[in-house]
Design a protein around this ligand. Structure first.
Ligand code: GDG
Length: 479
């Protein structure tokens, strides 16, 4: 069924409508009173350059159950229209915690924990996707561009196209798209593929993701993709959907600028001093998620210490594990596992006032994060699977002295671009251990040569380029 936009006269093809699970704002109840403010970082900063001078509306969930009493959402923030999709506690539990994070998230990350498929949760996923699609259908001006984001909203493109065939619809998946052998497990695999194929452009972080998706359309829908296109039958014959890799970047300049700030540099010195005497600081920063391979790096580091590959008076480690999805069972288990491991390692290898691993289970401000990036000699990024991994890029952008090293899992999207990192297989603890020792023994000139190359990549393929390339491809400005 086709719905008319609320103001069909207002054809504004320049308008951009972003549809994402979360709105780019956060609720703060502090000394200044309860209010909504712009959430720092994230997708909104990413999209900001592209939005400059372009009218834009963002449709998403506020992050709070609709029953909670709080000030109404602002109509706009910094010129960006804000439109909330209220969700009930039950929808959050079933659509978000259930289907999105209990089924899709693990399945799309190589099923590193077993996905759980529950029919009522899928029904809630469909129901919530319909809410988002209806809101976009109601608000998008005639002929405008709608950019839908991520695994929580894969049914939206088709729902939106059915309602509003006049729109240009793009979809970007921030996480990996799995090989068809895994994807085929999903009881609703056909609905998801049909949902995505409602878009004009479906973007992935890597070529492998795009190829996996094309293979799934061939094998599970009997379509016949050719090159970067797949023709989807519709009433008029065929509609051509473009598929491609659009690796996301960061706002490298802003990390570089923060890292040159003297207060942040002083804080970096302070962090090193507070942690005691050592030569090399190894750092991990991740949401506390079972995909991030936090346990793997802790094991490799501690075995390296225990076996004398790493000298305990020479190296130390800081792991920041940012609380995440704490209502989902698997996340409670991973927290217990990691904290047990940290306790064991420190019990075995630490000394009074000098733990082998400094561990924080908390989020930190962006300034503190950059100070940590500046303080650390080696960043450990060892996910078992990760769509891109922005932390790796942020560390590189913050290394204004062109020193430091990145140990990077080959199973991240970032590894496709950051080829001058020390690339590791996170399942191979022996190899990882040897790499940590090799990095610790590397001459500074070698590390600096690698860092210069990494910085070139992170600054060239930045977020501005990502947004421009995706939108230009969607809107037909590039061949
Ligand atoms: C998904 C995909 C893909 C983290 N802790 C704090 C904090 N952060 C910021 C980091 C970084 C972001 O959160 C995390 O991004 P990642 O890319 O590392 O990982 P996911 O959250 O899993 O993101 C991933 C990404 O989407 C984008 O497409 O790369 O593959 O899984 O920006 O800096 N920021 C602050 N305090 C913290 O405690 N300020």
């Amino acid at each position: 069924m086709t719905t008319a936009p609320s103001d069909p006269e207002a054809a504004r093809p320049n308008q951009l409508v972003v549809v994402a699970n979360r709105l780019p704002i956060e609720y703060a109840d502090d000394s200044t009173g309860a209010t909504w403010r712009r959430a720092p970082g994230g997708l909104v900063s990413a999209l900001e350059p592209a939005l400059a001078g372009r009218p834009a509306t963002w449709i998403g969930w506020s992050g709070r159950a609709s029953a909670e009493s709080e000030p109404p959402l602002p109509e706009e923030i910094d010129g960006l229209g804000i439109v909330g999709v209220p969700l009930t506690d039950g929808q959050i539990e079933q659509f978000y915690e259930g289907f999105s994070n209990g089924a899709l998230w693990p399945l799309y990350h190589d099923a590193v924990v077993t996905p759980s498929y529950h029919r009522p949760e899928y029904m809630a996923y469909r129901e919530v996707n319909a809410l988002f699609a209806a809101k976009a259908a109601e608000l998008a001006p005639v002929g405008s561009t709608v950019w839908v984001h991520d695994y929580q909203l894969q049914l939206v493109p088709k729902m939106l196209r059915d309602a509003r065939p006049d729109l240009r619809i793009g979809f970007f998946l921030h996480i990996p798209f799995p090989p068809v052998e895994l994807f085929a497990q999903l009881p609703w695999r056909r609905q998801i593929l049909e949902g995505l194929l409602g878009a004009d452009l479906v973007g992935f972080q890597t070529h492998d993701g795009a190829l996996n998706f094309l293979a799934a359309t061939r094998r599970l829908m009997a379509l016949d993709p050719g090159g970067d296109r797949v023709n989807v039958p519709d009433e008029d014959g065929y509609r051509s959907v473009r598929v491609g890799a659009f690796p996301i970047g960061i706002d490298a300049t802003s990390f570089d600028a923060m890292a040159r700030n003297t207060a942040i540099q002083a804080r970096a010195e302070e962090i090193r001093a507070e942690m005691g005497g050592f030569r090399l600081l190894f750092l991990g920063v991740d949401r506390l998620d079972y995909t991030k391979g936090i346990d793997v790096r802790l094991r490799a580091f501690s075995e390296g210490l225990a076996e004398g590959l790493l000298d305990p008076s020479d190296v130390t480690m800081l792991q920041v594990a940012v609380p995440s999805r704490e209502n989902v069972d698997d996340y409670q288990h991973i927290r217990d596992d990691i904290e047990l491991l940290v306790g064991r390692i420190n019990g075995d290898l630490g000394r009074v006032g000098d733990p082998a691993i400094h561990y924080l289970h908390q989020s930190v401000t962006r300034e503190e994060l950059v100070a940590m990036y500046l303080a650390a000699d080696v960043l450990l990024v060892t996910p078992l699977r990760d769509g891109m991994n922005l932390v790796a890029k942020e560390y590189v952008a913050s290394r204004v002295q062109e020193s430091g090293a990145v140990v990077l899992s080959e199973f991240t999207g970032a590894a496709q671009q950051l080829t001058d990192a020390f690339i590791v297989n996170p399942y191979d603890i022996e190899g990882l251990k040897r790499t940590l020792a090799a990095v610790a023994a590397s001459p500074p000139e070698e590390l600096s040569r690698r860092m210069v190359a990494l910085r070139t990549n992170v600054f060239e393929d930045d977020v501005d380029r990502w947004v421009r390339t995706f939108l230009a491809t969607l809107e037909g400005h590039v061949p």
